[in-house]
Write a protein that binds this ligand. Sequence first.
Ligand code: PRP
Length: 184
Amino acid sequence: MDAGDVGDDLAKVLLTEEQLHRRLDEMASEIDADYAGKELLLVGVLKGAVMVMADLARRLHLPVEMDWMAVSSYGSGTRSSGVVRILKDLDADLTDRHVLIVEDIVDSGLTLTWLLANLRSRGPASVEVATLLRKPSATKAQVEIRYTGFPIPDEFVVGYGLDHAERYRNLPFVATLAPHVYSA
Ligand code: PRP
């Protein structure tokens, strides 16, 4: 899917495919260096993190295992509440493992705060976070994020895993959505 397939639904391309890939190269080099000599368990948070997970994991030279979690945050509309329910738990046992949570976006930081506490209670050697995008509100939540791809403004973004009503996840870039789409 590309911009031409979604009519006038997009306001502006925020991050091109090339920018995303270049930054993922840098993040992967950093992760490779930080975890040299260790084995890493990548935990992707469904569904948004699918693209980041696939592209980041392929750039790593480390031996990695990939596992997935699906969580649902009770909230009103687009805002999460911090009350999280596990829809699909990990298959892996985290005891003594080095865990890296892979996220597409951190917005309020509430999902991640809950996830960090949950995974840290399972006896891992370490738990860190890599997120492609980070909104300004995440800074306020003071959630510890070790690797950030791009800080982005507080706008409604879609593409590269991010959806609006489950659409646009398969765009290869990140774009802001035209207001007529989300206010419809
Ligand atoms: C997104 C994203 C994070 C969460 C961040 O998932 O993938 O998990 O929201 O928001 P927060 O920082 O305000 O808690 P979403 O609930 O949209 O599900 P999806 O990945 O299936 O689209």
